[in-house]
Design a protein around this ligand. Structure first.
Ligand SMILES: NC(=O)c1ccc[n+]([C@@H]2O[C@H](COP(=O)([O-])OP(=O)(O)OC[C@H]3O[C@@H](n4cnc5c(N)ncnc54)[C@H](OP(=O)(O)O)[C@@H]3O)[C@@H](O)[C@H]2O)c1
Length: 349
């Protein structure tokens, strides 16, 4: 692998700067774009990750000097959803992926990044979460059986484990807690089935908590510290990763798709303590961290050691993420108002 860039700004002041930092393609990614054949489609592009993932891909394609079209598929349900792509050369396609007829009309693109999913609002509308996370993948896996598919999943497919374990490796048996996490395991199983059935090269991205300053576990912890609100320590440990690193790793996974699927834990290697991270935010923000309860014996934790061997190591260090996040909160940077609920121990979202 080539040496990747690590020159980052001290602070991030605006959403334009944020978009730039979130979408920096690594040297490895630029080289990969020169090698892989075909265009790219992002399914479920209009959520938290899609726009900057698309921007990363476009920048990598441009730097590589190659020609690839990038398509973006979603229902675009949120107000202003399409406007977020106004400055990007992405060909947007409105499609409800739950409707097999609409999926059948999608162009068969060689490289698929699958981001569609449903988490929040599961409690009380469990059926919608299950069809979104399990039935949609079946439509997609069948329609794109001749493509490579990188499918986002979550570290929540693992059981909670002791922080001293260092987190679950990719071979750890699944043990999802609650219906959201169970449905995410269902999503993986459907992609796995069709990958084996049709020989579709597939990669499953088990992501633990992307940080993009407008949302994420560091946003949630820092905001509570800033507002003097208590932090519950029951889920006392977590992993996290800069979303720009997620964007690079997920796209690099296109070259490592396999049948049966390759599985990647995408997160930083540190097992982080909520208490320690909140204390660091308190120091930077000039506040006092307030806690309730005690650290539980287990938490949702993944070990990315094997993934780093294949997709490279994340480049944005934890202390940089905390510094950026604290400043973003202090200057009143925009929030997506989408809490992670990382503190939830019973899997109810
Ligand atoms: N962000 C994280 O930190 C994180 C952590 C762990 C795992 N993940 C996984 O990574 C994936 C992407 O994350 P994200 O944060 O970007 O998720 P997200 O914000 O929920 O975005 C997913 C998008 O999928 C689209 N979608 C849902 N149902 C659809 C349907 N029937 N047809 C077409 N589009 C549909 C939605 O857009 P429309 O409503 O406009 O269609 C939604 O905005 C998720 O599946 C999640 O499980 C994310």
């Amino acid at each position: 692998m080539a040496e990747n860039r690590v020159d980052f700004p001290d602070l991030i002041e605006s959403e334009a700067d944020l978009a730039e930092v979130l979408s920096r393609p690594s040297t490895d990614l630029v080289e990969m774009m020169r090698r892989i054949d075909g265009d790219l489609v992002l399914l479920g592009i209009s959520g938290k990750i899609g726009p900057d993932l698309a921007r990363t891909a476009l920048r990598a394609i441009e730097e590589a000097g190659c020609r690839k079209r990038v398509f973006g598929v979603s229902r675009f349900t949120e107000v202003g959803a399409r406007e977020r792509f106004a400055d990007l050369d992405v060909e947007l396609v409105s499609c409800d992926l739950l409707d097999p007829g609409q999926v059948a009309a999608l162009p068969r693109i060689r490289n698929v990044v699958y981001l569609a999913g449903r988490k929040f609002g599961t409690a009380g509308s469990e059926g919608l979460t299950w069809v979104t996370n399990v039935v949609v993948p079946a439509h997609v896996a069948r329609h794109f059986s001749g493509s490579r598919i990188v499918a986002f999943s979550t570290g929540a497919v693992y059981p909670p484990v002791a922080p001293s374990s260092g987190g679950c490796t990719e071979t750890h048996p699944p043990g999802p807690v609650g219906e959201y996490a169970e449905s995410c395991l269902g999503r993986e199983r459907v992609f796995d089935y069709y990958s084996r059935q049709n020989g579709t090269p597939t990669a499953l991205i088990r992501l633990n908590y992307a940080v993009d300053l407008r949302y994420g576990v560091l946003f949630d912890i820092g905001k509570r510290v800033l507002e003097g609100k208590p932090l519950d320590l029951a889920m006392g440990h977590f992993n996290t990763i800069w979303q720009g690193d997620v964007n690079n790793q997920a796209l690099l996974a296109l070259e490592h798709c396999a049948s049966p699927p390759a599985v990647f834990n995408v997160t930083r290697p540190e097992v982080l303590s909520v208490r320690a991270v909140a204390t660091e935010f308190a120091r930077i923000l000039g506040r006092e961290a307030v806690f309730t309860g005690e650290e539980g014996p287990a938490a949702l934790l993944s070990n990315p050691t094997a993934t780093a061997e294949v997709l490279g190591r994340p480049v944005v260090p934890l202390e940089v993420m905390i510094r950026w996040q604290a400043h973003w909160l202090l200057v009143g940077g925009r929030s997506l108002d989408k809490p992670t609920h990382f503190e939830e121990t019973g899997g109810r979202y």
